[in-house]
Ligand binder design. Sequence first.
Ligand code: NAP
Length: 290
Amino acid sequence: MKIETKLLNGNELANKIRKEIIIDIKEKILKNKKNLPNLGIILMGDNFSSIRYVNNKIKECKNIGIRTTLIKISKNSTEKVLLKEIEKMNKNPLIDGFIVQLPLGKHINQNKVILSIDPKKDVDGFHPENFGKMTLGMNSFYPATALGILTLLERNKIEISGKYTVVIGRSIIVGKPISILMSRKNLIGNSTVTIAHSKTINIKYYTKKADIIIVSVGIKNFLTGTMIKKGSIIIDVGINNISNNKIVGDVDFKSVYGIASYLSPVPGGVGPMTRVMLLKNTLKAALNNR
Ligand code: NAP
C-alpha cells in the first residue's frame, strides 16, 4: 500500500532563514553601526555554469543586505596569479569571508588553493582547519550543502538520532561532510552512517535497510523505488541538466513517491538550502570579525 510522501520544501525554509539573517544583520550589525557583511568571490575563467552560480550568489547577497566583491581572472591565469588574489582577499580587512568558485582549470592544484585560504574567511568550509574542527564537533564553517541538508532535516523535526543513514557519494563538498555531521555525537547527529560510492558492491543491500538516504552522485534516476524501504527519508542532492531550463535530481521521483515518508524535490529542495547557508556562513564570518 502507498503511503503519503511529504515533500521537504527547501524554498520555503530558505526564505524563512533569509528573513532571520536580515533580522540578524539589523540587530547585530547595523544597530552597532558596523559595516554590512562583505563576501568576496574569486571567479576564474568563463565556465557558463560558474558564471550563472556567481551571478545568483551576488543577487542573493544583494537581496538581503550582504555586499559582494567579485574578482575575475582569466581561465589561463597561472596558479601563482590565483594564489596572489587569494592572499589579497585574506589580507583585506573589508572582506569578511570569500569563496573561490569551483571548478578550477586543470592546471590549478585545488588542494593548494583550499590550503591558501585563511580559515577565518573560509565560508565554504573546505579548509582542513574547518573540516577538522567539524569532524571534532567544534564550531567552524561547515560546507554549505551539508549544513543545508542538516538544517532541512532539523527544521522539519525529522529525528536522525539512532537512525540508519546511507550517504551515496563521497565528495568533499557533500558526501564526506554530511556523513560526518549525521554521525557526530553532539547536537544533531547520532545517526549510524554508511558511505557508498562507485566501488560499493550492491548498493541496494544498504539502501533497502536505510531509514535515511542522501544521494549525491550526479546521475539521473539513480535511486529508484525498488531500492528503498517503506517510510524512508530521501534527500536528493543531485543536479542533472536534462534540457536548457530543466533540472532533475538523482532520485527517480515518481518511483519513490508513495514509498518514502519524506522526499526533498529537485528543484526546490537542497539547492535553495545550499545557497542560503553560504549567506549564513558569511554573516557568521562578519560577526566573528567584528
Ligand atoms: P562528485 O564529486 O560529482 O562525485 C560523485 C560521487 O558519486 C563520487 O563519490 C562517486 O564515487 C559517486 N558515484 C558515481 N557513480 C556512482 C555509482 N554508479 N554508484 C555509486 N556512487 C557513484 O559529487 P558531488 O560534488 O557531491 O556532486 C554530485 C551531484 O550533486 C552533482 O549532480 C552535483 O551537481 C550535485 N550537487 C548539488 C548541490 C546542491 O546544492 N543541490 C551541491 C553540490 C553538488 P567515487 O568517489 O568512487 O568516484
